[in-house]
Every structure is written in C-alpha cells, then in structure tokens.
Design a protein around this ligand. Sequence first.
Ligand code: GCV
Length: 657
Amino acid sequence: MPLPVPVLPEGVDPAWLPPEAFRPLGSRRTLIRGSGPLVDTVHGEVAEACARFGGSVERDASPEPCDLVLELSGADASEAFTSERADGRTTVRATGGAGLLYGFFHVVRLGEAAFQGERPRQTHRPTLAQRMLDHWDNVAVHPVMGQVERGYSGGSLFWRDGRARGDLERVRVYGRLLAACGINAVAVNNVNVHETEARLLTERIGDVARIADALRPYGISTHLSVTFAAPIVLGGLDTADPLDARVRRWWERATAEVYEAIPDFGGYLVKADSEGRPGPFAYGRSHADGANMLAAALEPYGGTVRWRAFVYDHRQDWRDRSTDRARAAYDHFVPLDGEFAENAVLQVKHGPMDFQVREPVSPLIGAMPNTRLAVEVQATQEYTGQQRHVCWLGPMWSEALRFRPEGTTRVGDLADGLVAVSNAGADPFWTGHPLAQANLYTFGRLAWEPDADPRAVLDDWIRLTFPDAPERLVGGLHAVLDGSWRTYEKYTAPLGVGFMVQPGHHYGPSVDGYEYSPWGTYHFADRDGVGVDRSAATGTGYAAQYAKPWAEVYESPSSCPDELLLFFHHVVYGHMLHSGKTVIQHIYDTHFEGVEEVAAAREVWASLDGLVDPARHARVAERFEEQLRSAREWRDQINSYFFRKSGVPDERGRTLY
Ligand code: GCV
C-alpha cells in the first residue's frame, strides 16, 4: 500500500522539495517492484507526483510499457542503489528499502535529465554510514538558552511546552526533506540535558517513540541525548560510576525499556565532563569506561553510543599561558585509542576549538586509528552570522573533509560518520534565513559523498528549490552564496585567531569579549602583535599534535598557511604574509573588502526581485540590511582596535576610528 506523502502545513516552505521538482517523474509511467515499508513510502511519493502531473504508477506489474522502474530485490540494510538508462527506460535497483528510497530521490534530483539519452549502470553508495543531525532542542524552554540552544530558526520542530508536539505532521515533512539529501539519523534533544529532558529516557520515552514513528518512513533513526548522571537523577542511586554494578544494571534496564518503546532506536549521544556536564571523571574513571558502559547496555539491540570529544577546561585562568584549550581533546582521548567498544563512536568537532569561521582540522582526526570516529560540524551558525548573515558553509566543510591528516587518507574516508548541529526549527522557512536551507542540504549531500564538489551540490539545491529558475536567478544565487563564507571571514576575526564575539550570545564583535575570561579563547593582541603561539618550539606545543607533514607546516610562521597564521603563531603587525601583505594591512584590507562584498551581494539580491516569491525575497532582503549593518560594525571595531593597538596607519588612508 502506498504511504501518503506528509502534508506540508499551511504557510510552511517546501524547501528543496516543491511539487514542481517532481514534474519530470510525475508525468511519466513508473513501475515499482518489491515490498516493505520504505517501498510503500516510495510508492506514495510516486503516486502523489503522478496524481499531480498526469503520469501513472503500477506496483509489481509487467514491465511494459514504462519509463521508470524502481526495483527492490532484497530486504537487507544496504543504502546503496544502482541507476541506469537503456532502451528508453530508467532503472533504479536496490537490495534494501533505504537504497530504493535514496534511488528515488536521486531520480527526482536529476529531473528531466533522468529520462534523457542513455546512462551506463552506476552504483551509488554513501561513503559515510552515519549521516546525522543533532538538535540542540530543549523540551522545556530554558531560562537562558530558550527552546533551542544556539537556535536561530524559531522554536523546536519536535517539542513545545515541555512535551512532544501534538501534531507531528511537520516532523514527517522534515524527515522527507532529510532523506532527500541523504541524512539517516537525528538526535532529538540537546546534548546539554537538563532535568525535563533527562526524563525523556524513562517516563517520557513515549514522546520520543512518537517522533521516531514520524521519522521512520523516511529511513531516519532516532537518537537521544542522555545525561551521564541519569542513574542518580532518574534512578535514585547515589552514584553514576560506570564500573559500579548497580549503575550498569540501571542502564541495562533503562535501555531495555527504550527498545521496547522504539525497537529500531539508534542509540545515545553523550556530552560528559564538558562545560559542567557530569561524566566519568567524578569517579576517577576514563571516558572509555563511561562510553563502554553505555555501549554494553545498547549492544544487545544493535544500538550505538556517540560520545563527544568536546572535553576541555572551561574554568581556565586567563593568566595561565601553559593551558591551551586547542590541545584538550587530543590530550584526553588519544591515550584511549583502542579502548572503546565496537559500538561506541567518538564524535569530534571538526576543529580543535568550537566552530569558528576558520580553524585547522582537529589533530584528533587521524590520531585514533583504532577508534570509530564521527566528525561534527555546525549547521546552526552560532559563530558564522546566526542565520542573519548569508554564510554558506559548504566550502568550509568540504575543505575539512578533504584534508589529509597524514598526507594520505582524507578526513572524509577516516570517519564513520558526519554529524551537524541542526539549523532547522519551527520557522516557516525552516532555517530563519531562507538561504541557510542551503547549508542543511549541502551537509546531507557531503555526508553521503564527502568528496563531492560543494558548488555542484549548491547548484542542485538551487535547481530543486527554484524549479524552472531562469539562468539569471541561478547565477544570482551563486553570486550571493558561493563566496559568502570567505566574505564572512573577511569582516570578522582575522587569520584564524577566532572568537572576538560578544560573550554569551556570540553575535557581533567584541574584540576583547573573551580575552580575560575562563573559556580558553584568547588572541593575546598587544601593541606589537597578535596571535597564539602554539608551536612546539616556543608555544603550547599544539602544532606537534599533528602527524607529518602538518606538524612541520604549522610549526613555523614561514610555512603556516596565511589563513591560520594567528591560530598557530603570535607575530608582529609588520609580519609579511605569503600574500605579500603585512598582517596589519591584511586586517584593514579584508575588513573593508568584506563589507564591500556584503553590499554587492545585497545589490545582487535586490536585482532578483520578481524572480523569487515575494515573501522569500523580502525575508532575505531584510536580513541583508542587518548583515550589512553588522559587517560595518565588525569592520570598524576590528580595524580601530588594531589601529589603536599598533599605531600603524592604513596605507590606503581609509578612515579608522
Ligand atoms: C550545546 C559551544 C556552544 C554551546 C554548546 C557547546 C557544545 O560551547 O556555545 O552552546 O552546548 O558548544 O558543543 O556542547
């Protein structure tokens, strides 16, 4: 039986699945073969498209005559599919229901091209098995962080007033959008697990089960963030020691009940001993002890524990120059390589600090060959404009995924999974800034194929989101989005030094906002120079955490790439970059350029009026006003700060304050 396609609630944007995107497929004759729940999903999709565009769909009938065959020939868990076109017929074959679903969306993505000419058989299979979104959603509104921690897209898609939303139709629509870009897992609550959220694991598991039911038809498994202290806060025990038999039994029982409610539950996500969250250190145990206890509870059911490596001292004394936050994850976890259970995955932020606009790739990635790793990126733009600024992150993620930690294997091949902190919420456009949808879509596609050209992925997003877009619109969207990450970098913290944001909410400039704080995020600017000496010779030794060739490349200012210079070195303002500019002149120039580029992008967007629907055009136009205001503020604060510190005038004589 076809499963009806979820109904887009009134006023909600269809994002990259507008009805018109289904026209090529929906106006043709399709044959579907095979059975199973995901085949029913695909059948529902094709039936809906055909009802709208006049095509036809048959199930398990004879193959003549038809334009498209979607065939499931097995019942395994494979997500792979083959596609080919011969003798006027397009055929997609899979041995698992998920493969058929992804094959179907592949045909949608190709559009008319799926039905033109001949195409030899191609096998498509995800490089990364886990392609996951972590929602930092609170079930109840948190007094400081609100409903969604670092959320810039309205409320939570899942939760309202302390419970799962009554109507989960929109969650079904969300699952459909995610499947269409290849995402297969979602964690539904914040890694900072507060009291109400802790109870999702036990008495509120029914709420999680309802969400899992809504996501399942699109091949998405549901995961839960849990607190390490659950045996105490929920179980009434006096300890959460991972080696205590009572604690282990408590987790086993709790997990058995979770699987009773959600038989295909994905597993737990844990932030432990991080920013005040409880963890195994309190009991003198290691993070492997902690993770393995949960892995053991999940193992009988095929579940996985995702254990975050974001562990550092957030109560550092800024006077202490020997402690370097960038070192922390490596120092904590590398000694544990090989100790984690088979069903434990260490989830590592892509950079060593915290989702800044520019960071090197974390040296932990590649340094734990005997541990399963997932790489975490941040689609929610906490430090990249908070979805008020256009900042398409595809190129940044692609650079990280293509980085070769030891000069050989790429990050994208070393990892088991790619995870993004989700940028979606209850906003009618899903992502606050309508163009931030491109980040969510690009994330899914890069998780499927880390080596994909992000610009080609963006092109797919444009052509799906704006069907029949004239080339002027396609070109305009590329002009606005393609270089937006580098533009953002130009007008914010320079040369990899990071932070310089307003404390707490992290929006807008405050050069010294975190300079004398306990968070370990310093730039050390003085009258002579700026940057953090992380060399092995004279600094914190962080550069030596890398394997060759990177340890050597980063060790010296003369070989360190310009864009990371101030991350790795403290240099004088007159230091000459590879670009041929001094550091101080680079700061001035990039900040003026960044603002000019925002102004130019705003003009491009204005010129697209009439080519996109008015509500979307107005929302983006309004956000461009704020982006330009904010970019000017960044420019003037950063440039004036460094002018005042250094006393060096701009060689082009522009106004500094
Ligand atoms: C969920 C940063 C953010 C926090 C976030 C944390 C994390 O510190 O500012 O809001 O907490 O990262 O990734 O755990």
